[in-house]
Design a binder for this molecule. Structure first.
Ligand SMILES: [Zn+2]
Length: 295
């Protein structure tokens, strides 16, 4: 009898413990694609069987900004692997807080796959390659201006409607191409060059705010759109810009016309995307939304 009493006391204690503890959510981490490649954007999802209070995280010493779905059972973030980031394994850390105030830490390994980027040899007139002191100073100033832009971004998510290419055109120069200019290795191509004739309308890839309108030495007439949550898209070599600084833009709105301003041998659109500063293939961002309709 004594043993039975003990058993019931234990059962009662366990039941009390279960009653007193708030329900612990079943939470899973999911990345799409499962193994991102160098220069690729990817979606990180936190999926829970019950609503969550908050989700924060970090990857490679960078804060991850998660955005909740309407029922707070799903939190999502878009991350990017810079084209020059070394392939291999790193840990994604996520901290969740249930609506009852329970905290939990999750860790998951993430493998970045290597990409053999194509080599592209270009020949340009010497005057376009060898820069004078004055031009170099100008290029440095422009570079600093663009770096500041990436440090001062809107945290509000505006890309809910997904991303689209700014125009339909063949790829003239692919993302990540290792460029050899007049026989000398240069920075890899951080965007894609799309074939289009002068004056073709260039459309905003997603909803956003005009973060910068500029006329830079290399990029020519250019527009930078801040889509929130660390995502920026850029459009270079325009013949005309149709927007102004701080304008709110809708996905698909015409922001300018194709041209060949800056260092360009002919009319085309250079389209680039950065995710938390990482240079990613713009088509990889479009693809995420095709495969997984974000709300
Ligand atoms: Zn380009």
């Amino acid at each position: 009898m004594k043993g039975t009493g003990c058993f019931f006391a234990l059962l009662q204690a366990l039941l009390l413990l279960a009653w007193a503890r708030p329900c612990v959510a079943e939470v899973k981490l999911h990345s799409l694609p499962h193994q991102p490649r160098q220069g690729e954007a990817f979606l990180l999802q936190v999926l829970s069987d019950s609503p969550l209070g908050s989700v924060t995280g970090s990857w490679r010493n960078r804060t991850i900004h998660f955005f909740p779905g309407p029922d707070r059972r799903r939190f999502e973030a878009i991350l990017g692997v810079d084209l020059a980031q070394a392939p291999g394994r790193s840990l994604v850390r996520v901290e969740i807080r249930t609506t009852g105030g329970d905290r939990r830490s999750l860790r998951t390994p993430l493998d970045v796959l290597p990409v053999d980027f194509p080599v592209q040899r270009l020949t340009l007139p010497r005057r376009m390659v060898t820069l004078s002191r004055k031009t170099l100073d100008r290029v440095m100033r422009e570079k600093a201006r663009v770096s500041r832009l990436f440090q001062d971004l809107d945290t509000k998510k505006r890309w809910g409607a997904g991303f689209m290419p700014p125009l339909q055109g063949a790829v003239l120069s692919p993302f990540g191409a290792r460029r050899i200019l007049n026989g000398e290795p240069r920075s890899p191509h951080s965007g894609v060059d799309l074939k289009a004739s002068e004056g073709t309308p260039v459309r905003a890839s997603s909803d956003g705010i005009v973060a910068l309108v500029a006329e830079h030495y290399f990029a020519g007439k250019s527009v930078y759109l801040d889509h929130g949550g660390g995502i920026v898209s850029m459009y270079f070599h325009l013949s005309q810009v149709r927007v102004r600084q701080d304008d709110r833009i809708r996905k698909g709105e015409v922001i300018g016309l194709v041209g060949k301003t800056g260092r360009a041998t002919g009319p085309h659109l250079h389209w680039g995307v950065r995710v938390a500063g990482s240079r990613v293939d713009p088509f990889s961002v479009v693809k995420i939304f095709r495969e997984e309709a974000l709300r």
